[in-house]
Design a protein. Structure first.
Length: 92
């Protein structure tokens, strides 16, 4: 099965990409931020608004949860990796 890997650390993320990821994963933009990354960056993740979360991801794409696997219009944060199987099974 072919896939496309996106190196967002080199090219960054766009606002629409982050919005699409949140929609596909069915979560908030804030939930796309790695808790440990937020802590290391001195961010109080639980206090960030959606817009503040978006701005932080656009400034520092390394904060993005990973890996995120997209299949069609749905996606998962693939930790644990078994979530990929669930995504593929439910997207049939």
């Amino acid at each position: 099965m072919a896939f496309e890997a996106i190196d967002y650390n080199k090219r960054g993320l766009t606002r629409s990409e982050v919005q699409n990821l949140a929609r596909a994963v069915r979560t908030s933009v804030r939930e796309l931020i790695r808790p440990k990354g937020a802590q290391e960056a001195g961010l109080a993740l639980e206090k960030l608004t959606e817009e503040e979360s978006m701005e932080e991801l656009l400034k520092n794409p390394n904060l993005l949860q990973r890996p995120i696997v997209l299949w069609g219009k749905r996606g998962v944060v693939a930790r644990p990796v078994e979530k990929i199987s669930t995504l593929l099974e439910t997207s049939k």
